[in-house]
Design a protein around this ligand. Structure first.
Ligand SMILES: Cc1ncc(COP(=O)(O)O)c(C=O)c1O
Length: 388
């Protein structure tokens, strides 16, 4: 994140907090790093990480397609003008709606179980998601390629499902694997791609290998790309990838103001954002870098606590900070992925505004609001009893 501190203060002042800010330069840089590592692989952004239309448009303009897992995500892809080969429809329990919109948009389907072969719209293009049955280096809830997880077909079933697709008149493009998110150890990818490549003897050549996403932010992308391409070449296939977090996490920062502090058994820095704005620490024990945007020499160790009446509503623990005062500003980093996307209206809290930082953009200002703050009226607008 390269947004200068005075610009962060200015945005918090102008748009209020809690506030998500995104650095356009870092978004572009992340995509450039992916392209440098993966070369001609086709990139599908897993929009679950952050579905903001402005970000989608920016990625689409750079030639990126979209991986979608719900009717709403497909509607977003359509809203930014994506169609055909630019859209993948994924998910372990697709409803009828995903098949209908996916077919209308000419998308490619990722088949997650054999039964889906009979549910696909006629003459679909499809990949088969394989579960390589591996334990991987991430939080249990983020691991999707373990033997006990609900995703994909087994290595034994995969060739049969490809055959079934062909038999039903679909185009069986190839195989798909995604072993989880925020994976720390690159060896996990090596193992997963290796297990898929062993299927070559049974499947014969394929048009596509989709190597999924899941790369940790500090991952050796070139190493992962080397292994993914080796597996793709084993099938004489093109390589597709589906990064979510890697493309948007570092670009995003959650700005939150200190509302006060207290010292009990622990030191609590109380802020105006919490689990409703950034769920990852509570959901996955995720650790986000925290930066104090105020000066002070009296450093202590603080837990950053949100306003929800939930003991787990902590954004970070044991953070070294100068003593916080009411009104001070904190920056929670690496929050561009699964941050705003997972924000909720629990406690009737309005989801935060989002602003993009792009110095000298079209209108000459550095900031563009790309989502306004929700109001209480937005939240209850769908409730039918309010006028009775
Ligand atoms: C099938 C699939 N592809 C790609 C992704 C993106 O993962 P990440 O954001 O960790 O790159 C996910 C995330 O859950 C996924 O389920």
């Amino acid at each position: 994140m390269t947004i200068p501190t005075p610009a962060l203060h200015a945005a918090a002042e102008r748009f209020g907090t809690p506030l998500y800010v995104y650095d356009a330069a870092e978004l572009d840089a992340a995509l450039a790093r992916v392209r440098a590592a993966f070369g001609p692989a086709r990139v599908y952004y897993a929009m679950k990480a952050n579905p903001n239309l402005t970000l989608l448009r920016r990625l689409q303009a750079a030639g990126v397609g979209f991986e979608c897992v719900s009717p709403g995500e497909l509607a977003r892809a359509e809203a930014v003008g994506a169609s055909g080969g630019q859209i993948l429809v994924n998910g372990p329990a697709k409803s009828g709606a995903e098949y209908v919109s996916g077919a209308r948009l000419g998308a490619t389907f990722i088949v997650d179980r054999e039964e889906e072969v009979g549910l696909l719209p006629p003459h679909s293009r499809a990949l088969v998601r394989v579960n390589p049955a591996l334990e991987v280096s991430t939080h249990d809830h983020l691991a999707t390629g373990a033997a006990g997880s609900k995703f994909g077909v087994t290595l034994v079933q995969a060739p049969r499902v490809l055959e079934a697709l062909r038999g039903a008149g679909h185009t069986a493009l190839g195989l798909h694997v995604h072993i989880g998110s925020a994976i720390r150890d690159a060896q996990d990818f090596t193992a997963a791609f290796g297990r898929l490549a062993e299927l070559r003897a049974e499947t014969g050549p394929l048009a596509v290998l989709d190597a999924g996403g899941g790369w940790g932010l500090d991952a050796d992308l070139h190493g992962i790309a080397r292994e993914a391409w080796a597996a793709a070449r084993a099938f004489d296939a093109d390589l597709w990838v589906e990064p979510g977090r890697y493309l948007v996490a570092r670009a995003g920062t959650l700005l939150t103001r200190v509302v006060g502090h207290k010292r009990t058994g622990r030191n609590f820095c109380l802020v105006d954002a919490g689990m409703t704005e950034l769920l990852r620490p509570m959901l996955y024990g995720a650790e986000h870098p925290v930066t104090a945007l105020w000066e002070g020499t009296d450093c202590g160790v603080w837990d950053i606590a949100g306003p929800a009446c939930e003991s787990g509503d902590l954004l970070a623990r044991d953070v070294s900070l100068p003593t916080p005062r009411r009104g001070d500003l904190l920056a929670i980093g690496e929050a561009g992925a699964y941050g705003a996307a997972m924000a909720s209206t629990y406690l009737s809290r309005s989801r935060p505004a989002e602003a993009l930082y792009e110095p000298g953009a079209a209108d000459g200002t550095d900031w563009t609001v790309i989502r306004r703050r929700e109001t209480p009226q937005d939240i209850w607008a769908m409730e039918l009893g309010r006028n009775r």
